[in-house]
Design a protein around this ligand. Structure first.
Ligand code: ADP
Ligand code: MG
Length: 675
């Protein structure tokens, strides 16, 4: 039986070599082939020079007015020139480096030429002579092993053989509501465009199809989590209120909002799988403390897992402060503790004598058993895999999970990549926090930077200095950092000692340097590695980032967030000589704003630009047609529709979703095994 999952090897002309070349383009199956859409179209319909804008690509049809001449110039460069009478205008046409064109052009004959129009010089740089086939020509992303025409021929063959089994994936009702095309029509319209309006509808349909199927995948996971019985944490609200009352500050509105979202989740018997997102310094820890305290008031335990020992320690200390007037027992469980101490602690955790366990991945080791775990919190969740999240979940019967991240993900990304989680966002900083003053200097102005550093050191402040990661070689990174370290040591001498932190050091060594820096032993810390996210050094007021244009915006923002955590005014100095406009724009954004959300949106948009196929490395899933940033509205619509479908009892057995289910199982390989 034919299936769209058949490999393209079934088509004639696809042998092992061509199959390999197709694979490189991401084409393995017939489905891959027929959805391998053109990334643009050339409009070959003839136009009149009067209606064409400068530098536009266009086709002119006319009579060849002068016989073509061939001229050589430069080294091995060739130019073919002739005049074309288009309507009333004589246009100069020039083809570069296609000498054979001369033989295709004869005076007094009528031809059509596609090229780029220079409106001022009234000349056309010819790209090709147009035949009498279709007016709109698809252009596919191809590679050097495979030609445009081959792809097109394979698409034709594939469609001929398989078109009778191409069914609508989008439910009929949605096709009607959004005036979309049926699937076969959509596929044909994209590969063999007839007119602009139709092509636009086809694109809209293809985009909705991929957004809808993607969202279905997420919603299925989400609903499965929801149906898996969680625990209702029956907390005592009055005790929680008392706890919040006695905090040394008032919660921001954003903190109140996310706290309510989390508390509602804890109380419900449904399983919580929530992402708490908030910029550095937005105050996630206290929200975590409230959630943990709520769990304790229901007689259950809570745990907080951080990616490094130093972060775990920091959390344990902060929690101890929050709970100093409460009868809450906190245990710190990290890798390097003595066996005797550890055994004792494990026993206490098992007996329920420890209420809150703070630690590293040491928490998810096999022999750690909780008495009654109600809530597991993961800090800096991107540092942990899904697997580790799962292991944490298995430490209790069905504990609720709260993952925290300081990466301000634009809403788009939140929907697309974390669609299986609920998202709470702290989009506000505690009042009175001073903004980090950011400036951008050229490398030639390093003296000024040294001067500024000296000034800060004299006031007893500390500085972070980050040197860039040069991808090609770790040795080079280290050398860079070493040189700077030496230079600074010579410059500042014993009066202001400098420390070095680099990627070759092991975790314990790094922790030690960080701890000593935190204790004030050094004036500055030179670091190759991205400084541990989340580490608080309140006395550090200066962040200097060398070759700042080599870092992503999100990363720059994270680095800057390392300072400005105390009462003093903090500064960030970006040292960079960016080579292009985008680089300059990025520096300027950092200077202009401290808002992580603004920065991450800008980051996404800039990455999107200048990247022809929209391949992004920001963690946004790749789509063939839609762009999650530009087409956010459609993505949200698809999410709502997917949610509605999945929430219908027995939906996967319904006739109207038969093809959709089939597509999800066969093409997307989602085993949804529902009801
Ligand atoms: P992050 O979100 O980066 O983890 P923290 O939770 O470490 O931020 O909070 C940063 C600092 O702000 C801490 O010293 C914390 O006590 C303080 N803080 C948190 N919430 C508030 C608030 N509502 N008002 C004033 N200070 C706050
Ligand atoms: Mg934090």
């Amino acid at each position: 039986m034919k299936s769209l999952t058949d490999t393209v090897e079934v088509l004639s002309g696809v042998g092992p070599k061509r199959f390999q070349a197709l694979n490189e383009l991401g084409i393995t199956t017939i489905e891959d082939l027929i959805t391998y859409y053109p990334f643009r179209y050339e409009d070959l319909a003839a136009k009149d020079p009067t209606e064409v804008a400068d530098q536009q690509k266009v086709t002119f049809q006319g009579i060849v007015a002068t016989a073509p001449t061939i001229a050589r110039f430069g080294r091995q460069k060739v130019r073919v020139n002739f005049r074309l009478l288009v309507g009333n205008e004589s246009v100069m046409v020039t083809f570069f480096n296609q000498p054979w064109i001369k033989n295709q052009i004869n005076a007094d004959e009528e031809i059509a030429v596609y090229g780029k129009w220079d409106a001022n010089r009234r000349s056309l740089t010819g790209l090709k002579v147009v035949g009498d086939d279709s007016d709109i020509k698809p252009v596919y992303p191809a590679n050097k092993h495979i030609r445009q025409s081959t792809i097109q021929q394979l698409v034709i063959d594939g469609l001929n053989q398989y078109q009778d089994i191409i069914y609508d994936v989008i439910p009929e009702q949605l096709i009607d509501r959004y005036r979309l095309l049926h699937r076969l029509d959509m596929i044909k319209s994209l590969h063999f465009p007839s007119n602009d309006a139709k092509t636009r509808d086809a694109r809209r349909t293809a985009m909705f199809e991929e957004f809808l199927t993607f969202q279905m995948g997420l919603q299925i996971v989400k609903s499965r989590n929801r149906d898996e019985n969680g625990i209702a944490i029956d907390y005592q609200i009055n005790l929680i209120r008392d706890f919040i009352q006695q905090l040394p500050f008032e919660l921001t509105d954003a903190q109140k909002r996310v706290t309510n979202e989390i508390l509602a989740n804890l109380k419900s018997p449904a399983h919580m799988n929530r992402l708490l997102q908030g910029d550095v310094g937005s105050g996630k820890t206290v929200v975590a403390a409230i959630a943990m305290y709520a769990t304790l008031t229901a007689g259950m335990q809570a745990t907080l897992m951080a990616p490094t020992e130093i972060l775990a320690e920091q959390h344990a200390n902060n929690l101890a402060k929050f709970f100093k007037n409460f009868d809450v027992k906190i245990g710190l469980l990290v890798g390097g503790i003595r066996k005797k101490v550890r055994d004792e602690m494990l026993q206490q955790i098992k007996d329920g004598d420890i209420d809150i366990v703070v630690g590293t991945h040491a928490i998810i080791q096999k022999d750690v058993e909780f008495n009654n775990l109600g809530l597991g919190i993961i800090d800096e969740q991107h540092r942990f895999g899904v697997h580790q999240r799962q292991l944490l979940r298995e430490k209790g019967v069905a504990p609720d999970i709260l993952a925290m991240t300081a990466t301000p993900i634009p809403r788009t990304l939140a929907i697309t990549t974390y669609g299986d989680m609920d998202v709470s966002i702290i989009d506000q900083s505690p009042a009175g926090r001073k903004k980090v003053i950011t400036s951008w200097v050229k490398k030639g102005e390093w003296d000024k930077v040294l001067e500024f550093m000296t000034r800060e050191f004299k006031q007893g402040h500390q500085a972070f200095i980050v040197t860039p990661l040069i991808e090609e070689s770790e040795a080079m990174d280290l050398q860079n950092a070493m040189e700077l370290y030496d230079e600074l040591q010579n410059f500042f001498g014993e009066q202001h000692p400098i420390a070095l932190l680099h990627g070759k050091m092991d975790g314990i060594q790094k922790d030690q340097v960080m701890t000593e820096f935190k204790e004030g032993k050094y004036a500055a810390l030179v670091s190759t590695t991205v400084i541990e996210v989340g580490v608080d050094v309140p006395n550090a007021t200066l962040m200097i980032i060398q070759d700042a244009d080599r870092f992503g915006l999100a990363q720059l923002h994270q680095l800057r967030g390392r300072v400005g955590r105390g009462q003093e005014q903090a500064y960030c100095i970006l040292v960079a000589d960016p080579k292009n406009d985008v680089g300059k724009q990025r520096m300027q954004i950092m200077v202009d704003t401290n808002d992580g959300f603004v920065i991450s949106e800008a980051d996404l948009k800039m990455r999107g630009q200048g990247d022809l196929f929209g391949k992004q490395q920001s963690g946004v899933p790749e789509f063939k047609v839609g762009d999650p940033v530009v087409d956010l509205g459609a993505l949200q619509t698809a999410q709502i529709d997917a949610g509605k479908i999945v929430s219908q009892p027995g939906w996967s057995k319904k006739m109207e979703y038969r093809n959709l289910v089939n597509y999800l199982e066969k093409i997307m390989r989602i085993n949804q095994n529902l009801d």
